[in-house]
Design a protein around this ligand. Structure first.
Ligand SMILES: Nc1ncnc2c1ncn2[C@@H]1O[C@H](COP(=O)(O)OP(=O)(O)O)[C@@H](O)[C@H]1O
Ligand SMILES: O=C(O)C1=C[C@@H](OP(=O)(O)O)[C@@H](O)[C@H](O)C1
Ligand SMILES: [Mg+2]
Length: 418
């Protein structure tokens, strides 16, 4: 936990930081004024985005920024091209720049690239800290997400340089990469209790920017005018998301129901990451119980047998406490299943049009009910038969057609207050 001015980083909600990316004195100050209207917790000046560059100008701009920011902490960063920034700089000039900035007494934090600066990083950090300024020791990879073991090693190296907070920003190629970053962040926070900031960039990684309550990441970067890195969420949305997560009721079971392809499995997994609640997928439990795939159960024993196992699983999973349960699309067809759900939690219905469902499931062969006739007409006919049952038992309903999976999950969280 770090106290700076009026804020306590690492305590309570993740703090929201917005970056100034202006190119000259005027745009930098104007941007700062615009950003302050949105009440960020921290402001970062990305000095590498500025075109003018001599020490006298830097100090003059810092003085002006300080006046605009009042008691809001200021983070000073020169992001090098090597780590996704706008300008290159020699290690010697970087060290000199940071020493000069630290000695002005006008900034609260400085971001030091812990790995690109090699052996010199330690000396740079020591000097900054001797001036009473806190250090974020960072590592950025705009191309990929290193493996979990590599991420752990990077964190050890960053920590060994002697800063106050470590920061990891990496690019995911698939959702597994996003989960790896979140897992390693949580593990680091749980094992060391030291402060960490982490983010998986791009739209794919958006979830990592709002899940600080679950994984321990203590600062998140949001945008006001222009994003300073891919995947940043506008500050207004970010504040709403963080508040909704804070007020979310994780004490009751959540049953996600809806037609095939409405996103029950996907959204349940995202909700699990955002809330830290345990997730169960009925279909997965059925496969475990039967020792064979859903297609094989249907083929060998017929739908009725599948529905019998499904009822056993609904009964078992209803006994969980504070769990997210992703139901199969037909799990509400038996009224006794609905009773189990109603008596043991809240029911969330995901809706989608037949066209959307078709687009989402057309290439999958895992749903025996659709396998014989994968068409919008068939989906539409089956959906019409089931619609009333879905609509009658749900406590909360979400139309998913125009929302990303992340947005669906955030909407559910917003509708599940304590
Ligand atoms: N809101 C969404 N937007 C876009 N694609 C989605 C959305 N929700 C789910 N998907 C995609 O649709 C497919 C089916 O999702 P899945 O979670 O398996 O649905 P269900 O469990 O309801 O059958 C998956 O490929 C998933 O990535
Ligand atoms: O709607 C249904 O009858 C079914 C939905 C499937 O689950 P998803 O809705 O998760 O695809 C699975 O349980 C089985 O193929 C039957
Ligand atoms: Mg599913």
């Amino acid at each position: 936990m770090i106290e700076v001015r009026d804020i306590c980083i690492g305590d309570g909600l993740p703090k929201v930081c917005v970056s100034i990316t202006g190119e000259n004195r005027e745009t930098i100050i104007n941007e700062a004024e615009g950003i302050m209207l949105k009440k960020p917790d921290i402001v970062e000046w990305r000095f590498d985005c500025a075109k003018e560059y001599n020490y006298a100008i830097v100090e003059d701009i810092l003085m002006n920024l300080r006046a605009v920011l009042r008691e809001t902490p200021l983070l000073f960063t020169f992001r090098t091209v090597k780590e996704g920034g706008m300008r290159s700089i020699s290690v010697e000039s970087y060290k000199k720049l940071y020493e000069t900035v630290a000695s002005t007494g006008l900034v609260d934090f400085i971001d030091v690239e812990g790995i690109s600066n090699g052996e010199t990083a330690q000396a740079i950090i020591k000097d900054i800290k001797d001036n009473g300024v806190k250090v974020i020791t960072s590592y950025h990879d705009f191309d990929k997400t290193p493996s979990k073991d590599e991420l752990r090693e990077i964190l050890d190296t960053l920590e060994s340089k002697g800063g106050d907070i470590v920061k990891l920003a990496v690019m995911p190629h698939d959702f597994e990469d996003v989960k790896n970053l979140i897992d390693v962040t949580k593990e680091y926070k749980d094992n060391t209790n030291k402060d960490i900031i982490s983010m998986s960039m791009s739209e794919l990684g958006m979830i990592s920017r709002v899940c600080g309550k679950a994984d321990g990441s203590c600062v998140t970067f949001a945008s006001v005018i222009k994003a300073s890195a891919p995947g940043q969420v506008p500050i207004k949305d970010m504040k709403k998301y963080l508040k909704n997560i804070e007020e979310f009721d994780d004490s009751k079971n959540m049953f996600l129901i809806g037609f095939m392809g409405t996103g029950k499995t996907t959204i349940s997994n995202i909700l699990g990451i955002l809330t830290g609640m345990k997730v169960y997928d009925m279909d997965e439990e059925i496969v475990k119980k039967a020792g064979m795939s859903i297609n094989d159960i249907f083929e060998k024993f017929g739908e009725n047998h599948f529905r019998d196992i499904e009822t056993e699983v609904v009964c078992e999973l209803s006994k969980k406490e504070g769990a997210i349960i992703s139901c199969g699309g037909g799990a509400v067809l038996r009224s006794e299943n609905v009773e189990y759900m109603k008596n043991n939690g809240n029911i969330f219905l995901l809706r989608a049009t037949p066209e959307t469902v078709y687009e989402r499931v057309k290439d999958s062969k895992d749903r025996p009910i659709l396998n014989e006739d994968m068409s919008i007409d068939h989906i539409s006919a089956l959906m019409n038969k089931r619609r009333d049952i879905y609509e009658e038992c749900a406590n909360v309903k979400v139309d998913t057609d125009d929302l990303s999976a992340f947005e669906v999950a955030m909407e559910i969280i917003g509708k599940s207050k304590k």
